[in-house]
Design a protein around this ligand. Structure first.
Ligand code: ASP
Length: 419
């Protein structure tokens, strides 16, 4: 019997996971079947994430170094850099503006009071994270002994070292062609392994979603319903309207075409809540299904997975306004501008792991004098909201690589035309 395609299997897996999760939720956490089921699901889900994480570091290392080295001409390298950064910053800026507009309009949290959540905040200690210290820490984390970074799975530091290595390969030209060939082979091998890991994706995604739905705290969700609705609504608006519109305007590609090529990565992001764990899948979809050249995808995607987070930026800004409302504080225009900038820095600095945005959010709150302890209120529902924002984070990276590719192609055509 012929199995359905991987995409269909993943969709079926997701549906099955959610359905079983709902059933287990209805049975209640004490039920023996639920305990056994959730335990098995956690084993399978963790195994899937572990496999992705296993391949992540060798993949990022090879793909960035090879990507940079392949953008041989300096001119091209410069344009890719610049276009990528401009895209990342602009798309995050749009996401934050959306959150601020929606927050000011709907005012989630108005009518509730921080005091109502005293119990939740009692045992919570927010780690101090003032902006200058956060910035210093971020810079300090960029350049690390490559062997330490590789062995500790420090994605940002590996990205930085691989960038430098790639530039060295370009500058050295023929002299280092052996090393370049080795890295190219390394990239091919790691992508092959990703292909095998993806066969487990339907099961892994089913297990992760089952676990998520079965143990969700619904009580807190209904208290915070308005905030959840604003966050989910704006995140969806960004992911379903704004990003596809940017894609269409810049490349002429339709949302359906994009969804068909990107769904493996989007669903993995949804289930794992980790852009880093999803990175191998994102790279595979971008190069194999969306046909972005490996040298562009190899640069834009790993960098995007660590610093381009539209969903996280949007969430950080929305949550800051929400907590201000709870505390009964009206944020001035200047304070909202500070939220805008700190939300962007906090999103860039958040590693692509589950709930990372919650940790860096402390900095956003402190920048405008809001009580950082208030994030304790959001923690119980974070795993659920993280699914959608991680999906939009990953979508932003993929759209970015397509826009950058188009832009570079146009620039090259213009140069050819002139010469
Ligand atoms: N989980 C998100 C990601 O990996 C980061 C966050 O917590 O916002 O992209």
């Amino acid at each position: 019997m012929k199995l359905p395609s991987l995409n269909v299997q993943i969709l079926l897996g997701a549906a099955l996971g959610v359905a079983l999760g709902l059933y287990f939720h209805a049975l209640g956490a004490e039920h023996q079947l639920v305990q056994g089921g959730v335990y098995t699901a956690s084993l399978i889900g963790t195994l899937f994430i572990d496999l992705l994480k296993m391949i992540l570091i060798p993949l990022v290392f090879c793909s960035i170094a090879v990507g940079i080295a392949n953008l041989r001409q300096h001119q091209q390298m410069h344009s890719v850099w610049l276009t990528t950064l401009i895209f990342f910053i602009s798309s995050m800026a749009i996401a934050i503006v959306l959150a601020l507009l929606a927050g000011n309009y709907f005012k989630p949290g108005a009518g509730l009071h921080l005091a109502m959540f005293d119990h939740a905040m009692q045992n919570f200690q927010a780690k101090q994270l003032p902006l200058p210290e956060f910035f210093a820490q971020f810079l300090h984390g960029l350049f690390v002994n490559p062997f330490t970074a590789l062995s500790q799975g420090n994605v940002l530091a590996v990205v930085c070292f691989a960038l430098i290595l790639g530039i060295t390969l370009v500058v050295g030209g023929d002299r280092y062609k052996g090393i370049l060939a080795l890295l190219q082979e390394g990239l091919a091998i790691t992508m092959q392994i990703v292909g095998w890991i993806m066969r487990l994706a339907p099961l892994g995604i089913a297990a992760l979603l089952l676990q998520l739905v079965a143990i969700q705290d619904v009580a807190m969700l209904s208290t915070l319903a308005k905030f959840v609705a604003v966050v989910v609504g704006t995140t969806l608006l960004h992911g379903v309207v704004i990003l596809p519109l940017i894609l269409y305007l810049f490349t002429g590609r339709t949302p359906i075409w994009f969804w068909q090529g990107a769904r493996e990565a989007l669903m993995t992001a949804f289930a794992t809540s980790s852009s880093s764990a999803t990175l191998p899948v994102t790279l595979r979809c971008t190069t194999q299904h969306l046909h972005v050249k490996p040298e562009i995808a190899g640069f834009v995607i790993p960098l995007g997975a660590t610093i381009n987070m539209d969903g996280t930026a949007l969430y950080e800004a929305a949550a800051a306004l929400f907590i201000a409302n709870l505390a009964g504080i009206e944020l001035s225009m200047v304070q909202q501008l500070i939220v805008f900038f700190t939300a962007m820095i906090a999103a860039m600095g958040a590693p692509g792991i589950p709930s990372a945005g919650m940790v860096t959010m402390v900095m956003v709150l402190q920048s405008v004098g809001l009580p950082a302890e208030a994030i304790a209120i959001l923690l119980p529902i974070d795993r659920l909201l993280d699914t959608l924002r991680t999906t939009v984070n990953v979508e932003g990276d993929m759209v970015g690589s397509l826009v950058v590719q188009k832009f570079i192609a146009q620039k090259e055509a213009a140069t050819l035309h002139l010469s």
